[in-house]
Design a binder for this molecule. Structure first.
Ligand code: UTP
Length: 288
């Protein structure tokens, strides 16, 4: 499959039940790590990986995401008039950082269904998918790590992470085979397998590049686990038809879509923050 890779889909239409009541009226993707919402980390990662055509799949109650990437003329004028130049620059940078198209997923029928909602805007081209609540901090942006293998092979590529064997039932888990060329080819995958039945300890962590063939398979995927159209089911079928590769992501990953992962991400990035890191670390040390 040829074609330039500059489109990326962010599914953001989930219900965020693991983070209720915070996510009752505001999107999980707007939860803040230090001073930036998760979705902005995701978009910055995409841009740093050369994917600047962004398709956001949203649902009810997600307007804050659109507003975040929109121009706020009043706010910009106020900051400018008050001489708050750094803030003004940052706020206007966010509003202009990317061209974003919004597509509505009318019912939360699953991640696979959300990705399928973007088909019209992606067309017949390879495309990325990133889950913004999976925050990945890496020297080489995670999507760029996937892109390198996509450019080498022209195939679909999925980001992976090793997980403890007692946690496999929380993830999509792959069965992989090391190829002579050093790449990891995925043979099969299963969503949230029972402990003891997982094909490996390699988990899918919310970063993907797909060939457009995925859309045809998604259209033909029946609801699976939890009655949702599972992305993993369609990808497993894709892997039977054409090579799908896995990349062990080099970086730190936080599942910020649940309170514990969110607090861990804030603790780690908070301590690294140039403005507040030192004070925050002192506070934490005292607390412990
Ligand atoms: P999750 O299962 O992590 O998200 O889906 P969720 O359903 O919002 O959260 P919980 O499990 O209820 O707490 C992974 C990603 O897929 C999106 C979510 O927004 C998240 O980014 N998603 C999921 C959709 O866009 N639509 C869906 O129907 C389901």
């Amino acid at each position: 499959m040829t074609g330039t890779l500059n489109k990326i889909v962010f599914p953001t239409a989930g219900l965020g039940t693991r983070f209720l009541p915070a996510t009752k009226a505001s999107p999980k993707e707007m939860l803040t790590i230090v001073d930036k919402p998760l979705i902005q980390y995701g978009v910055e990662e995409a841009l740093a990986s050369g994917m600047d055509e962004i398709i956001m799949v949203t649902g009810r109650g997600k307007r804050a995401i659109e507003d975040h990437f929109d121009i706020s003329a009043e706010l910009e004028a106020n900051l400018k008039a008050a001489g708050k130049d750094a803030l003004y620059k940052e706020v206007s940078r966010v509003a202009r950082m990317a061209e974003v198209v919004y597509v509505r997923q009318k019912q939360a029928l699953g991640l696979g269904h959300a990705v399928a909602c973007a088909e019209h805007w992606v067309g017949d081209e390879p495309f990325g998918v990133a889950l913004a609540d999976e925050l990945i901090i890496a020297e080489i942006p995670a999507m760029q790590q996937l892109r390198q293998v996509h450019e080498q092979t022209g195939c679909s590529v999925i980001g992976l992470m090793q997980v403890p064997s007692h946690l496999v039932n929380r993830y999509g888990i792959v069965q992989a085979e090391q190829q002579a060329n050093g790449l990891l080819q995925l043979k099969d995958m299963v969503e949230k397998p029972p402990i003891g039945e997982a094909p490996s300890d390699l988990a899918i962590i919310g970063r993907y590049i797909f060939t457009p063939r995925l859309f045809e398979l998604l259209a033909d995927t029946k609801p699976g686990k939890q009655g949702e159209i599972q992305l993993t089911d369609a990808v497993a079928r894709l892997a039977q038809e054409e090579p799908v590769y896995g990349v062990l992501i080099d970086g730190k990953r936080f599942d910020a879509g649940n309170p514990l992962g969110f607090l861990m991400a804030n603790a780690e990035l908070g301590m690294l923050d140039p403005k507040i890191g030192a004070d925050f670390a002192t506070f934490l040390r005292r607390l412990l």
